[in-house]
Design a protein around this ligand. Sequence first.
Ligand SMILES: *Cc1c(COP(=O)(O)O)cnc(C)c1O
Length: 433
Amino acid sequence: MKYYSTNKQAPMATLHEAVVKGLAGDRGLYMPESIERLPQSFYDNIDKMSFQEIAYTVAQAFFGEDVNADDLRNIVYDTLSFDCPVAKVTDNIYSLELFHGPTLAFKDVGARFMARLLQYFIRQEGNEEVNVLVATSGDTGSAVANGFLGVEGIKVYVLYPKGKVSKIQECQFTTLGQNITAVEVDGVFDDCQALVKNAFMDAELNSHMKLTSANSINVARFLPQAFYYFNAYARMKALGKADELVVCVPSGNFGNITAALFGHRMGLPIKRFIAANNANDIFYNYLQTGKYEPKASRQTIANAMDVGDPSNFARIYDLYQGDHAAVTSLISGATYSDDMIREAMKQCHEANGYVLDPHGACGYRALTEQLVKGETGVFCETAHPAKFKDTVEAIIGAEVAIPERLAAFMKGQKQSVEMSKEFKDFKEYLISR
Ligand SMILES: *Cc1c(COP(=O)(O)O)cnc(C)c1O
């Protein structure tokens, strides 16, 4: 499969090139040249298949030409060492729980898949070591670090701003050891990002060592997110509730919902989609007006969705060739203030005994407002509420238990390398490794 850039100015790339480069040379996002419709027999039998079997079928459609079948199977099965189940919340609303992975958020799926695919390509090339640089304001670092943990041939450097990430977030990437190094930068997130960007542009450094990024727009992180929408459909079908299925995705950079739209293009029988936003309402406004007007991001309690210029809008635009009517006939929107998010969390806990995190709460609320008779809704619960323990407890007035795997991180010993925000220091450090 070849990949083209949404900006159409860069040459087509192979999967290997697209994964290593992340962003195309013209700063566009890579798109697969074709999206294969899966056969009807697959959808007829999907409710009898396991999550891993379903995911492998979907993975073959995207990666089957480029990755040997046995290896692809191993990559998929190893990535999905945890389930993405649906849980009943009300009679017609179900939660697609994407928080059962190592860092308790959906980004685990894409990060684990990308790590394993990159390892596959490295082995083909004769085991040259690859260094992944990632700047984080909190959550991306933990998903990437844990996704790549123990993957041979890859070293990961997570750069984060000293004192500016929560304790729970920090321990998820500073306690791992092995091939993961946490670099504690004396600066803010933008300084971390600048160090990473400078490193990619420095010719001397790049001739000395192989550098790559694990950005969320990478095709190897983004496409595997389609897997769990197929699983959601399968599990809802088994319950006899899949005839008029509405999928609602709490969205920030819009990678997660775009993967769902790819699934739809592959024939997955979902009736329609809802993109639920917090106060960052750029996509919501696009749906109403047809105009895409990026803004500065606004800080909210659903902070992983605080995005003022969602990268994956380019992919959605490309998928529907800019046809606003085609987009609005399939996708509706919602936008919620922090107070409305709090209200939804409190109401859901009181009425259904189900604890939402602030991101999933946007999805739940949109379904309570927009479902019509006969429809069943599934929203993505994108993170475990314990990741936002203090916020959630203050809103619902009840304790949120910390899952064992999160508690285990918190018991670990912090290891980090202190770094100034000067590029020459960071470069010297990398060269000395
Ligand atoms: C990243 C993230 C989102 C937003 O997902 P996008 O793919 O960027 O739209 C939502 N919720 C949580 C918990 C996240 O970490």
